[in-house]
Design a protein around this ligand. Structure first.
Ligand code: F6R
Length: 605
């Protein structure tokens, strides 16, 4: 989704800004632009690289830059940020949505303002222009303008008359200040800042920051100064490179054994069958009294939550409901103080999940996060939580984050289960098996070539059905999502028991079904469902446990996973499906890291 980067210092801003935009590319976008107060603006549709064609005249020691993911107005040059006022002196880049922009636009048009884009953002520049006319300072004019705005923003303003001063503001969309030596930065996430400095201020909603190369000052929307101490950005800029792989997605799948190790690190007391979760210590007593859990997430994170439902109900004896954030927030949920909400989010910035957390907080219930991005908004706003420690995920299609979410949910199950009567033996069994998961994932990854061969056979199919039961029903949903989002092939996930209630009608010889059928309590039921499909000549691609001879007979193609306990089987079963989707998409010559129409961090509703 949209990304912001801004710089003021003593160096040539242009390469710094372009480099910063490149490190935000993973968010997914459709156009880009840069403005330098000393020389003007350049915008282009498509990749950041397209800006290079017209960048020659651009220079200066400060500037603001943006990648846009269209919400208001098509992805055209005219609608790309930065946007300007009528004088061409005030410029702004913005993430979020100005909800009252039509009203504001009308009022500004009556004062003779002329607009050059279809965006909501442009009103911000014109509002600042209005306040500058009233002889306010640049920063005071920005504060005044923001007081008239309703909606969400992470924004940076530049002013030709004061080229080394930038004004940043946050309301509902993340903004980070990077503090360097004789240079300062603003960005929508830490990734473009990390390569320059680790000292940062994560702005809060309602804050406005004024930066020059040597100063930074933070205000509230009453224009009172506030003291904000810098903190260190965690993480490693190097981790954001492809490391020899063709795509981030493949690199991230290959990292999965280490990801599980990192999520588990220091958190398993295997001999005692316990999970030690530092992030939950402060609320451990409150958690003892919890009688119901609601998990919220979106997309892949939601599917991880569904697997978590099976884990927590099956092993911790807790009733669990799982809901997508966008529904939960508008549902008037009935919550009482024995309910806890668990928000799952890789980015920690997903607007729908964040609003679900806020709704839960309004109702006074305990909120927990399972979050990958350290310091992100959801991580900050929840009462306590578990960090995934999966490292930055750049590929738009979530892979390693899903694995780490499942691992964190298994830890949470152990933690809550042992609080509620899970036996020592059961705790040890889960803990011991968790430690074996990394090597088991590694063994699946060794089969990549075989999985690619299966992908080659099916790459031209128009439709796929994915089916599974219990723990592997969410895996079917996630497998289908992976395929559709990066290959644009129609794929649907179903609970296998539901096939005969409708979807079976679609099956014929050209419609393959991916059946997730590892050994376990529902294995035989899965075999029956597979038979029903075979009887209609539907090809079966099975994910099954190594050594399953029966499946070799029934399935047209099989992808094997090692034996594990049922609760942890999603951690293995999803891996071949991620590789399968990856290879189908690359064989179809598609950009797997940046699928069309999608964004990595979905910060709008
Ligand atoms: C799919 C995918 C999305 C995200 C969803 C939530 O591959 O990546 O479905 O899972 O947008 O994002 P986070 O986890 O950042 O809240």
């Amino acid at each position: 989704m949209c990304g912001i980067f801004a710089y003021t210092g003593r160096k040539n801003a242009v390469p710094i800004l372009l480099d910063g935009l490149s490190s935000l590319e993973y968010r997914g976008y459709d156009s880009a632009g840069v403005y330098c107060p000393a020389s003007g603006s350049v915008k282009s549709v498509g990749a950041v690289g397209n800006l290079l064609k017209n960048i020659d005249g651009l220079s200066g020691e400060s500037g603001i830059a943006h990648i846009r993911w269209a919400t208001h107005g098509e992805p055209t040059e005219k609608n790309a940020h930065p946007h300007r006022d009528c004088t061409g002196k005030v410029w702004v880049v913005h993430n979020g949505i100005i909800e009252n922009y039509l009203d504001l636009k009308k009022k500004l048009a009556m004062k003779s303002h002329r607009f050059s884009s279809d965006t909501d953002t442009e009103v911000l520049a014109h509002l600042v222009e209005e306040h500058l006319k009233k002889k306010k300072s640049f920063e005071a004019a920005v504060v005044q303008a923001l007081r008239e705005v309703r909606g969400t923003y992470g924004a940076v303003f530049a002013y030709e008359t004061e080229p080394d001063k930038l004004v940043a503001a946050r309301m509902g969309a993340p903004v980070v200040l990077g503090l360097g030596s004789h240079e300062n930065f603003v960005a929508s996430d830490p990734s473009p800042i990390m390569r320059h400095t680790k000292d940062a201020i994560f702005m809060k909603d309602g804050e406005v920051a004024v930066i020059t190369p040597d100063t930074h000052t933070v205000y509230n929307l009453n224009f009172d100064r506030i003291d904000r101490a810098a903190e260190k950005i965690e993480g490693d800029a190097e981790a954001i490179k492809k490391g020899g792989y063709r795509h981030f997605m493949l690199k991230e799948i290959m990292e999965e054994p280490d990801v599980v190790k990192n999520t588990l690190r220091g958190r398993l007391l295997t001999k005692n069958g316990l999970a030690k979760l530092g992030g939950l210590e402060s609320v451990a007593e409150r958690l003892r009294g919890v009688k119901r859990i609601i998990i919220v997430g979106c997309g892949t994170a939601y599917y991880a939550g569904l697997a978590g439902e099976y884990m927590l109900e099956g092993h911790a004896g807790l009733p669990v409901e799982v809901e997508v954030g966008s529904e939960f927030r508008y549902r008037k949920p009935v919550l009482d103080n024995s309910t806890a909400l668990v928000a799952i989010s890789q980015s920690g910035e997903t607007a729908d999940t964040l609003e679900a957390v806020r709704e839960a907080k309004r109702q006074g219930i305990l909120t927990l996060g399972i979050i990958n991005a350290v310091g992100s908004t959801i991580a900050r706003e929840t009462d306590a939580g578990i960090y995934n420690h999966a490292g930055p995920e750049i590929g738009v299609a979530s892979t390693k984050a899903f694995i780490s979410q499942l691992t964190a949910l298994a830890l949470l199950t152990l933690f809550l289960g042992r609080q509620r009567g899970m036996s020592l033996a059961e705790g040890k069994r889960i803990a011991e098996e968790l430690t074996r998961i990394p090597e088991k994932i590694a063994s699946i990854l060794k089969d990549e070539r075989k999985i690619k061969a299966v992908a080659k056979k099916y790459k031209d199919c128009r439709d796929f059905l994915y089916m599974g039961r219990t723990y592997n029903y969410p895996v079917a949903l996630e497998g289908a999502l992976k395929l559709k989002e990066i290959s644009y092939i129609h794929a649907e996930g179903y609970g296998a028991g539901e096939m005969k209630h409708g979807p079976l009608a679609m099956i014929d010889g050209s419609f393959p079904t991916v059946a997730i059928a590892p050994s376990g309590s529902v294995y035989e039921k899965m075999l029956s469902n597979i038979q029903e499909i075979r009887a209609r000549k539907g090809p079966i691609i099975a994910v099954s446990t190594a050594g399953d001879k029966m499946m070799r007979q029934f399935a047209s193609d099989t992808m094997f996973i090692p034996e594990t306990i049922e609760m942890l089987s999603p951690l293995l079963a999803v891996v071949p499906l991620q590789l399968f989707a990856y290879h189908i998409a690359t064989l179809r010559k598609l950009d797997v890291d940046r699928p069309r129409n999608l964004a990595k961090s979905v910060t709008v509703e």
